[in-house]
Design a protein around this ligand. Structure first.
Ligand code: URA
Length: 242
């Protein structure tokens, strides 16, 4: 700023501009949000922690799932994890326990994490939806719209080096597209600067139990993640064709 006159002119121009916005019905501006945050739909405050986000969720009843759940399932693991796994929504076991991926599909995910040479405490695990859809039906669009910003904020608070999106809903929500998982998986996508690997959902592996090709496909996706992060890749012997 050259001098006080220039500063005065700038202040009055901004004041006029803000008055015009107010009279045209704008009640607030996204102060403090970067264009990236606005684009990602991840509201919230820069520097917020997982505890801040959990506190804000409280006893959330933003959608009807809040009325039928037993427990809100927030997420578990390392708040500073290098890898975040994002699933779809809690099932019956998760709803009862309040922890993601603890049922049969969860055991498949846990085995995959172990095979990667990691534990559930090393990574972070959460879902697009925090509450169980009745009878494990697919999430509805309005539920994803209301709930997913909390997951996006969790990812931002953790700041991982890689994200693994498990299945269609997680992949499409994070990437804001409608591509089928079969076309998305197996290669890295960009989630606001963080490499994101979509892969098949553990429930899909469960429904296709015995299909070792599918299991191997997911393993190869995980090997790409380990290689990207320069983590050791444990040797895994391929089982017979399933
Ligand atoms: N399926 C999911 O997507 N998430 C869970 O937590 C359990 C099963």
């Amino acid at each position: 700023m050259e001098n006080k006159d220039d500063l005065g002119k700038l202040v009055s121009a901004v004041t006029v501009y803000l008055d015009e916005l107010r009279t045209s019905g704008v009640e607030g501006l996204p102060f403090g949000k970067s264009a990236e945050q606005v684009k990602s739909g991840a509201d919230g405050i820069k520097g917020e922690t997982l505890d801040d986000i959990r506190a804000e969720l409280g006893d959330c009843c933003c959608c009807s799932l809040g009325e039928t759940r037993t427990n809100l399932v927030f997420g578990v693991g390392n708040p500073h994890a290098d890898i975040v796994f994002v699933g779809e929504a809690p099932g019956r076991d998760e709803d009862l326990k309040g922890e993601p991926f603890v049922g049969e599909a969860g055991q498949i995910l846990t085995r995959m994490i172990t095979r990667m040479g990691l534990t559930r405490q090393d990574v972070y695990i959460c879902n697009v939806l925090k509450c169980r859809p009745p009878n494990n039906r697919n999430p509805h669009a309005d539920e994803i719209e209301k709930c997913s910003p909390f997951m996006l904020r969790q990812v931002r608070a953790i700041g991982p080096k890689a994200i693994v999106a498990l299945g269609t809903f997680a992949s499409q929500t994070l990437l804001a597209n409608r591509e089928p998982i079969g076309r998305l998986r197996g290669r890295f996508h960009d989630y606001h600067g963080v490499p994101l690997m979509p892969t098949f959902h553990p429930s899909y592996l469960l429904r296709n139990r015995g299909n070792n090709d599918l299991l191997w496909t997911v393993w190869e996706d995980m090997v790409q993640v380990l290689n990207l992060l320069k983590m050791p890749v444990p040797e895994v012997k391929r089982q017979g064709k399933g």
